[in-house]
Design a protein around this ligand. Structure first.
Ligand code: GGG
Length: 347
């Protein structure tokens, strides 16, 4: 029997609720396909930070190395731990250590889900650069606490980093409607973003079959709302991609539907799969978090592992569930009821 070992990091808040739900679905789907999934759970989270002073142990990255994939819930407990500490202590180091340079975020309306726009043709694939750019963590503060205080945050864009994420976007566009939108703010940021635009143009010559358009981030935000049907694959930097994909999630009906994959092209290192949403501490453990984003992320995980048939079965079960109206309206159905409906659609 084919066995996959999965590192499970539920994290904080609703991360625990949604990963538990997704794992139930994964196990059922795997059983039906003759696969074995072995989970090893890691308690790394803001609670772990409060107990130990770190979001994960010093050898955390080493202990994740041998896994086939990582399934993560959500990170953050802002009342207790600053968000910059939790993000830079867990999520970002994992993405960087395993060179998970492509953060894939599919945004489309599931059957039965009504987004805020008067359209039923919302289907875009956002590709966010995931290991450098504005989230590089380079910078510093001096003269702290004085009137002369200065904070500097340096964005790092490397030719290899920009080229590989754009190339990834071009390849994805070839599997879809062959349109690529590259997002920058090159009128205002005249070094890094002009550099990004230049590399986009260089690569465009290699992909004559893909229609390429460069947009400024502000224009792209408006376009996603005003004419989303004009978009297919959208490639953006770490910060811009982070912001645009919350907008994408809103247009697809809410963060409860937004899935993501942090992909590493080196199959010897694990990729990581997680919902786009955060830990939502206000609704943690009330049994009302929508698990669909995490179940969808789990399907992306199986797809990445090569289990395309089983991934497809999970996606069809999600779609059957929302088409019946279950889980389709944010906040209405309980986590357990949505999970049970997906399980029943699977069988
Ligand atoms: N489910 C992932 C999560 O906890 N996201 C919270 C967050 O702030 N993410 C920022 C990021 O994805 O870079």
């Amino acid at each position: 029997m084919k066995t996959y070992s999965i590192a499970l990091i539920p994290g904080d808040g609703i991360g625990k609720d949604v990963t538990a739900a997704a794992w139930t679905v994964l196990e059922a789907a795997a059983k039906g396909a003759g696969l074995a999934l072995k989970a090893t759970e890691f308690p790394w989270s803001c609670r772990f930070y409060k107990e130990t002073g770190a979001m994960m142990p010093a050898d955390g990255i080493v202990s994740l190395k041998g896994f086939d994939a990582i399934l993560l819930g959500a990170v953050g407990w802002p009342a207790q731990v600053p968000d910059s500490v939790s993000l830079h202590g867990l999520l970002l180091p994992i993405r960087k250590a395993f060179v998970q340079y492509a953060n894939i975020r599919p945004h489309r309306l599931l059957p039965g889900v009504q987004g805020p726009l008067k359209t039923d043709t919302f289907d875009i694939l956002c590709i966010r650069e995931n290991t450098e750019g504005e989230y590089s963590g380079a910078g510093g503060r001096v003269h702290q606490g004085t009137e002369d205080e200065v904070a500097v945050e340096t964005s790092i864009f490397t030719r290899s980093g920009v080229e590989r994420i754009l190339r990834f976007g071009f390849e994805q566009a070839r599997t879809r409607r062959r349109k690529l939108a590259s997002v920058t703010k090159s009128n205002a940021q005249k070094y890094s973003m002009v550099f990004w635009d230049e590399i986009t143009q260089e690569l465009a010559a290699e992909y004559p079959d893909v229609e390429v358009t460069s947009y400024h981030i502000d224009a792209m935000a408006a376009r996603m709302v005003m004419s989303p049907e004009s978009l297919d694959v959208v490639v953006a930097s770490n910060l811009f991609g982070d912001i645009l994909t919350d907008l994408g999630a809103a247009i697809q009906g809410g963060l409860g539907f937004a899935a993501s994959a942090n992909i590493n092209s080196d199959r010897t290192l694990p990729s990581m799969f997680e919902p786009v949403h955060g830990s939502a501490p206000d609704i943690a453990h009330l049994g009302i978090a929508n698990p669909i984003a995490t179940i969808w992320s789990s399907a992306m995980m199986l797809d990445h592992l090569g289990e395309k048939e089983t991934a497809g079965r999970i996606m069809r079960a999600i779609e059957e569930t929302t088409a019946r109206g279950i889980g389709a309206v944010p906040g209405r159905d309980r986590t357990e009821a949505i999970t049970a409906a997906v399980l029943s659609a699977l069988s």
